[in-house]
Design a protein around this ligand. Structure first.
Ligand code: AHR
Length: 516
């Protein structure tokens, strides 16, 4: 990650070096120059840390084997949690973690995961294997506490009942004295969990019950009507939003909700699919997948505008509850070996993560939370293990992309001028605090180096430090034998007269942190 650079460090980085001398020639003569203006005087909105949220499902080796190995495992663990995973996630800091699904959520009965005797059920969505429920809500809350994440529980609407969800809220949040809260205490947690985020179903247009928007809206109204703010935890109820930019679902849901208390969140899902296996991308496949991020950007703008037309006071916040690259996994042998939807994460995946995170910065005023799918061993993950029993755990390029964007958290996003409308052009976002400006660049082309000349309006930075995540091979990845092949590295940036110059090679993410 771009380390928090002290003024002394900045001075050491830049002392005695001229504008030109600070920039060793790394690009050929064909590199085009992009002139960018960061408008520090034009604010977009707060970049909520929750825009860097995460998601863990009972799917493949995400929970079992990825996060949870059990207390008796030979794999180094802390109270049953895989130690290396905990250490890495704590270092990144995870603002929020959504669980237990996904599709799994609408067939999950929370009582199966509490107490000493836990029933075995079949996970009907992800391979019909036997789920032993050894990881339940206490283990999930324990995980959140260990990594410092706020818990987000996805409730079961598809095969559950209002009573079941109502009871789950009471079990988690009621302080003491009711049978359910006393049961929680007897199960080891006298203090209420204080869970604020509750999903009322997941993808109810699909795996969560194949409902019409009208039917789902009626169920949402019914379920939500029984949920209470126990123990001072003010509930933030999240309704199932559209698949991608499905305006029809959103409109019909919102029409049917007329007169009812609006949900606090409306969650869309948007995956960036491909027909290529993760390590077999070529330029065309990569370009096709990266271009989807322009559609993600449009979808967020349009869905927020639609919500605004029903709810100008913005009582309902827009979530991107699941996002990320979903490559062609039908043909990967790793899935058999390592777990369902286990997807190798390459330099291309990091570029995709960077494009997404840049979109969220630029639309910070429209988004409340975004959760990448998923945190470990499934799809666009941050960490990969060599299977559920494997001892190795690597930080993927996605992890490092999130590290590169971490300095934006809790800053105010500001506008950037000079980037065109090409979905494969240089992607830029910027943010500011009282003492710093942060600018992130993502070059999604695999053969178009860019030299950036960036000026600032409303700020005059004097010192800069940059970090780059880069590999020229889009299919390169951090393997179990070469775990740190692609990691962030310091990158030259020149500052002069309130301007910066830097190179952004093809297939690179660069974050520059500036001080006045
Ligand atoms: O993340 C994998 C699956 O994708 C989730 O279970 C579901 O919500 C979505 O379709």
């Amino acid at each position: 990650m771009p380390p928090k650079t002290s003024r002394r460090q900045f001075a050491r980085n830049t002392a005695g070096l001229s504008f030109a001398a600070l920039l060793p020639r790394m690009l050929g003569d064909t590199a085009r120059t992009e002139r960018i203006v960061v408008r520090a005087d034009s604010e977009i909105g707060l970049i909520r840390p929750e825009l860097h949220g995460h998601f863990a499902e009972h799917l493949g080796s995400c929970v079992y084997g990825g996060l949870w190995v059990g207390k008796d495992s030979a794999i180094p663990n802390v109270d049953g949690y895989r130690k290396e995973a905990i250490d890495y996630l704590r270092e990144l800091t995870i603002p929020v973690l959504r669980w237990p699904g996904g599709c799994f959520a609408d067939d999950y009965h929370w009582r199966d995961g509490i107490g000493a005797k836990r029933p075995k059920r079949v996970n009907i969505h992800w391979g019909e294997y036997v789920e032993d429920n050894s990881f339940g809500v206490h283990e999930f809350i324990g995980l959140c506490r260990k990594i410092g994440a706020e818990p987000y529980l996805a409730g079961n609407v598809g095969s559950g009942s209002p009573r079941e969800l109502r009871d789950w809220v009471e079990y988690c949040n009621y302080p003491s004295g009711s049978t359910l809260s006393d049961e929680r205490a007897a199960n080891g947690s006298p203090e209420p969990f204080g869970v604020r985020y509750w999903g009322v179903g997941n993808e109810n247009w699909g795996c969560g019950g194949r409902m019409t928007p009208e039917h789902y809206a009626d169920l949402y109204r019914q379920f939500a009507g029984y949920l209470r703010n126990f123990g001072g935890a003010r509930l933030f109820l999240i309704a199932c939003g559209p698949n991608g930019n499905d305006v029809r679902w959103s409109r019909k849901f919102l029409d049917q909700m007329a007169g009812a208390p609006p949900p606090s969140g409306f969650a869309m899902h948007f995956y960036e699919n491909s027909t290529k296996a993760p390590t077999q991308f070529d330029t065309d496949a990569m370009n096709t997948q990266m271009a989807i991020f322009q559609r993600v950007e449009q979808a967020i703008v349009q869905q927020r505008a639609l919500l605004d037309s029903y709810d100008p006071q913005r009582r309902t916040n827009l979530f991107l509850d699941e996002w990320g690259v979903w490559d062609n996994l039908n043909i990967t042998p790793e899935q058999k070996q390592y777990g369902r939807l286990w997807q190798q994460i390459t330099m291309r995946s990091a570029i995709a993560a960077g494009l997404g995170l840049n979109v969220f910065n630029r639309l910070a005023d429209k988004l409340y939370m975004c959760n990448i799918a998923q945190i470990v061993n499934v799809l666009h993950s941050l960490l990969l293990t060599d299977g559920p029993q494997g001892r190795k755990c690597v930080r993927t390029t996605t992890y490092h992309a999130f590290m590169l964007f971490k300095p934006h958290r809790s800053k105010t996003a500001v506008r950037v001028e000079g980037t065109g409308s090409d979905p494969l052009g240089l992607s830029v976002s910027a943010s500011k605090s009282a003492s710093e400006i942060v600018v992130s660049f993502v070059n999604p082309r695999n053969s178009a180096d860019v030299s950036v000349d960036c000026s600032f309006a409303g700020a005059a930075p004097k010192q800069a430090a940059a970090q780059i995540l880069h590999h020229s091979d889009m299919n390169a990845y951090n393997s179990f034998d070469d775990a740190d092949k692609i990691v962030p590295k310091p990158h030259p940036v020149a500052v002069e007269g309130g301007r910066i110059r830097l190179d952004v090679p093809s297939m690179a993410l660069v974050t520059v942190t500036l001080q006045s």
